[in-house]
Design a protein around this ligand. Structure first.
Ligand SMILES: *Cc1c(COP(=O)(O)O)cnc(C)c1O
Length: 373
């Protein structure tokens, strides 16, 4: 048997006719940048995320950058975030000229630990970027309380968490901004790069739209220096069609996670593997990834064994960001973020995509059981 980490073809098949028709309509119109298709998708996204505004942009990375730009974040400013995330979260902070400051993570959820944020606040701190890693929300109540107390704003990096909920509230509707990615492997993926920023007011939405188009408030009148962060109409139409199915895909991922829990319990691997755990607070986990922790230094050996047996798996992420070569000048050293560093040595993502079959999951867990024989 062969089990890929992710296979989007089965998801595409039933939507193919509808999507190709929509693509044909856009091609016939020859209207490719912004326009009614983008506006229509943005409306749907506001409704789905239960935010006040949403602006389609070029990628999740640019969603983070545009939010920082709209707040005027730059040289001399500090932004607190997690060292356990995709590179773009921290890259965005550096790209606008600000300084990233890391706060260690919670070992259960892998998300930024609010108690650690508190310790990192200085007079230069301007913002906090919690990441809802793997599809489970960070503990937003204490994070928002810290932000309020210190007059900071919050950008939720919800790139892996569209539709995730924290105490009944949708990811991207809690902070001032939410950043979303529609990279194909995200739970809502387009056919290329794409992203969106949600925000908590119509005023901010209008400002983000100006920044998205080179800071242009009227034709050739530039109020700010923004950038070309425009999403295209083809992606917006594809996303609008796919968004209608997102909840059913999330439910399938949750069911797959429950099935894994059952299979691992039956396999009796409890002392060797720690399964993804739900937070102690109320969450809707949408399982962008299903990351187990492999104990006793066996992660890399298990990863190789799974690959040899045709099971797709991946390490998100193998290196804490404070130890990346390009952030050397920030002075991070081994041991600075022990909870994160332990996680980078143990995590392993297994296939969780909605169309993955029960037999495939049984094969995945059976292969892991064989590894320990
Ligand atoms: C994917 C991702 C991004 C970047 O999104 P792109 O669309 O690839 O630019 C940022 N943050 C996190 C946590 C992500 O998973």
């Amino acid at each position: 048997m062969q089990v890929p980490l992710l296979d989007l073809r089965a998801q595409y098949a039933p939507l193919k006719a509808e999507i190709l028709k929509a693509v044909e309509e856009i091609c016939d119109s020859q209207r490719f940048i912004l326009g009614p298709a983008v506006e229509s998708f943005e409306k749907d996204l506001v409704a789905y995320c239960r935010s006040e505004g949403a602006v389609g942009v070029t990628s999740g990375s640019d969603a983070l950058i545009i939010a920082l730009m709209a707040e005027g974040i730059g040289a001399g400013d500090e932004v607190i975030t997690t060292p356990f995330t995709f590179f773009a979260t921290v890259g965005a902070i550096v790209r606008v000229g600000a300084t990233p400051v890391f706060a260690d993570i919670d070992p259960v959820t892998f998300n930024i630990d609010p108690a650690e944020i508190e310790k990192k606040i200085t007079p230069r701190t301007k913002a906090i970027i919690p990441v809802h890693l793997f599809g489970q929300c960070a503990d937003m109540d204490p994070i928002m309380a810290i932000a309020k107390e210190h007059n900071l704003f919050v950008i939720e990096d919800a790139c892996q968490a569209i539709g995730a909920e924290y105490k009944g509230r949708r990811a991207g509707s809690i902070g001032r901004y939410g950043a979303f990615s529609f990279f194909p492997s995200k739970n809502l993926g387009c056919f290329g790069d794409g992203g969106a920023v949600t925000c908590d007011s119509k005023e901010l939405e209008a400002l983000l739209k100006i920044y998205r188009n080179h800071g242009q408030s009227k034709t050739y009148i530039h109020e700010y220096v923004g950038g070309n962060f425009r999403i295209d109409a083809l992606q917006a139409r594809i996303l609008e069609i796919k968004l209608k199915h997102l909840d059913s895909w999330s439910v399938a991922r949750q069911a797959n996670a429950d099935h894994y829990a059952q299979l691992f319990a039956d396999a009796g691997l409890g002392d060797k593997i720690v399964l993804p755990q739900k937070a102690s607070y109320d969450v809707r986990h949408i399982y962008n990834q299903y990351c187990i922790r492999v104990k006793d230094g066996k992660r890399d050996a298990l990863k190789n064994y799974l690959a040899e047996n045709n099971v797709g798996c991946a390490i998100y992420y193998p290196l804490s960001l404070h130890l990346q070569e390009c952030f050397k000048s920030l002075g991070g050293k081994v041991g600075d973020y022990p909870v994160c560093e332990e996680a980078t040595g143990e995590v392993l993502a297994l296939p969780i995509f909605g169309e993955c079959t029960a037999a495939e999951r049984e094969y995945v867990v059976g292969t892991i059981k064989n590894f320990y024989k």
